[in-house]
Design a binder for this molecule. Structure first.
Ligand SMILES: *[C@@H]1O[C@H](CO)[C@@H](O)[C@H](O)[C@H]1NC(C)=O
Ligand SMILES: *[C@@H]1O[C@H](CO)[C@@H](O)[C@H](O)[C@H]1NC(C)=O
Ligand SMILES: *[C@@H]1O[C@H](CO)[C@@H](O)[C@H](O)[C@H]1NC(C)=O
Ligand SMILES: *[C@@H]1O[C@H](CO)[C@@H](O)[C@H](O)[C@H]1NC(C)=O
Ligand SMILES: *[C@@H]1O[C@H](CO)[C@@H](O)[C@H](O)[C@H]1NC(C)=O
Length: 479
């Protein structure tokens, strides 16, 4: 069985993974032969688009153009590095993008201001001091408070899950809770990162250390967002490596006492900051008010360089518009690129956008997002239930044989675009062979080295082709 992953926000992942386990299925064109509307009206239009779609693929993969997405992404990522929400560096990188999108000839290039939180990672460290001395590789989690200038020193209590936490309630006051869950998928276990500190605090813990959310590790801690429940004591929330979580488990199984020290200057600033969603268009010639949206998020965690999460998704999205412009193609609908801000701190940019554009959402054909890696593309996912629209996307993907990315998966997955789904707009995610995505996710290892120029070209060709086709069909996708 293939597993589907979301980038960042546990809520989204949990919703789709747990409450609706059968939501994901591969669509193989069944029933399309008997769909009159599709056969008589839509399929002929797609066949007419085939030559322009082939031009897009040939162009992106051509000797002259190949590697361009990689090179442009590398220039951006190498120049700015990580782009944490609330920092000047993120805003400088947005200024750079606004200039670049103007140079690229996009229409309507602008930033839409968004109020964002400011969380700062200060000096932080942790050690095991008993039964022996060992430095721990840690990363404080987003929104976590620090240790108020003190060093916390306390024995640990290791739990596998929340049931065990409750069973050990009597042991927890004054201790540091270590969550050592068994990783099955990001979606299933992200709740430990998100809520582990609050739940431990309710039992009187002084800090929480949470196993990194990854199937593979070379002693690398993975950060990510957590949040405090209302009225809970805001104890430090820290991610530890899977190796250290396993070590603590073994000591615990042997009933050996482990004592840990934690020091952290992490804190939430009182003042909010201002960031921006970065919007640009290729204006539609026939139905300018109807929008096909492509997107990724420009903010990242402060570790690594945010190349994979989500520089690459942002770059294939705006570059789709540039490719269409360069080829002189004139879409009937407006193609809009949005580079979301504040994704890592809770989808802040997209919710602001939805609030401001709510009245236009009825005219959005689809909201597409790339935020689960840009590895070898397989195809796309799509949330829409109408079988004619599924046939439409399936037929468009059959034009992707040259790059072997023809798979249509019916799924409601998505991170930023979930906000569109909640508001009735169908959503789509780039689907790639991303089995290793969570090896790098939210770590120092999220660098350009994760990205491959040829895979990025294929993702670029796919993303451009699908968004172009949806902007061209006179019958817009039915919801
Ligand atoms: C490739 O680039 C070269 C140098 O810029 C140019 O002369 C040539 O026309 C380009 N070829 C195509 C097919 O665009
Ligand atoms: C929780 O962890 C305990 C201890 O490892 C285990 O016995 C129990 O089956 C787990 N419960 C659940 C619901 O996973
Ligand atoms: C939080 O604490 C305040 C003050 O004690 C109380 O009025 C409020 O109901 C509490 N909120 C929740 C959600 O428990
Ligand atoms: C085409 O993609 C499928 C998965 O989507 C993969 O199993 C197959 O090996 C790929 N074929 C080639 C020739 O790369
Ligand atoms: C799908 O949408 C088409 C076009 O709007 C409509 O004619 C058809 O009835 C819808 N199909 C279903 C199963 O609702």
């Amino acid at each position: 069985m293939r597993s589907y992953f979301f980038c960042i926000i546990w809520v989204v992942a949990v919703a789709a993974t747990d409450s609706n386990p059968d939501a994901t299925s591969i669509f193989n064109g069944e029933g399309c032969a008997n769909d009159q509307l599709f056969q008589t009206r839509i399929r002929p239009q797609i066949q007419q688009l085939a030559s322009n779609v082939q031009r897009i693929i040939d162009h992106v993969m051509s000797a002259n153009e190949s590697g361009r997405t990689y090179r442009q992404l590398a220039e951006f990522v190498d120049r700015f590095g990580s782009r944490l929400t609330g920092t000047k560096n993120l805003e400088d990188s947005i200024d750079y993008m606004i200039d670049l999108l103007k140079q690229e000839g996009h229409d309507n290039v602008h930033g839409e201001p968004v109020q964002v939180p400011k969380w700062t990672r200060g000096n932080e460290w942790a050690r095991m001091i008993k039964p022996r001395d060992k430095k721990l590789n840690i990363l404080g989690l987003g929104y976590s408070e620090g240790t108020n200038g003190q060093t916390i020193e306390a024995p640990i209590v290791v739990v596998r899950n929340f049931t065990e936490l409750e069973q050990k309630a009597g042991l927890i006051p004054g201790k540091i809770v270590v969550y050592n869950f068994k990783y099955e998928s990001y979606g299933k276990q992200a709740i430990y990162r998100h809520s582990g500190a609050s739940r431990a605090a309710k039992f009187g813990a002084v800090a929480a250390m949470i196993r990194s959310l990854t199937p593979f590790s070379i002693d690398s801690p993975h950060t990510g967002m957590q949040s405090y429940d209302v009225n809970v004591t805001k104890i430090p929330a820290i991610s530890i490596t899977t190796e250290d979580a396993d070590l603590f488990q073994r000591f615990s199984d042997r009933n050996e006492e482990v004592i840990v020290q934690i020091y952290s200057e992490n804190h939430n600033e009182k003042d909010k900051g201002i960031s921006r969603n970065t919007v640009s268009d290729v204006r539609g010639e026939k139905y300018p008010n109807e929008i096909v949206l492509v997107s990724g998020h420009i903010d990242s965690w402060d570790v690594g360089q945010g190349a994979s999460d989500d520089g690459a998704g942002a770059f294939i999205s705006w570059r789709a518009l540039s490719v269409i412009k360069k080829l002189g193609l004139r879409p009937k609908r407006t193609l809009r690129s949005v580079l979301w801000t504040g994704e890592e701190f809770g989808l802040i940019g997209v919710y602001d956008y939805i609030k401001k554009h709510r009245n236009e959402l009825k005219d959005y054909v689809i909201a597409m997002e790339s935020d689960i890696g840009t590895f070898t593309p397989r195809g796309i996912t799509y949330s829409g239930k109408n079988s004619t629209s599924q046939c439409t996307l399936w037929e468009i993907l059959q034009l992707m044989h040259p790059i072997n990315a023809t798979t249509l998966t019916i799924s409601t997955e998505g991170s930023d675009v979930q906000a569109f789904y909640e508001n009735g707009v169908p959503i789509s995610s780039l689907d790639t062979a991303n089995d290793k995505y969570f090896y790098f996710h939210h770590t120092q290892g999220d660098t350009m080295t994760v990205e491959q120029p040829d895979d990025l070209d294929k993702c670029q060709a796919l993303w451009t082709s699908v968004s172009y086709a949806l902007a061209m069909l006179d019958d817009r996708l039915s919801r």
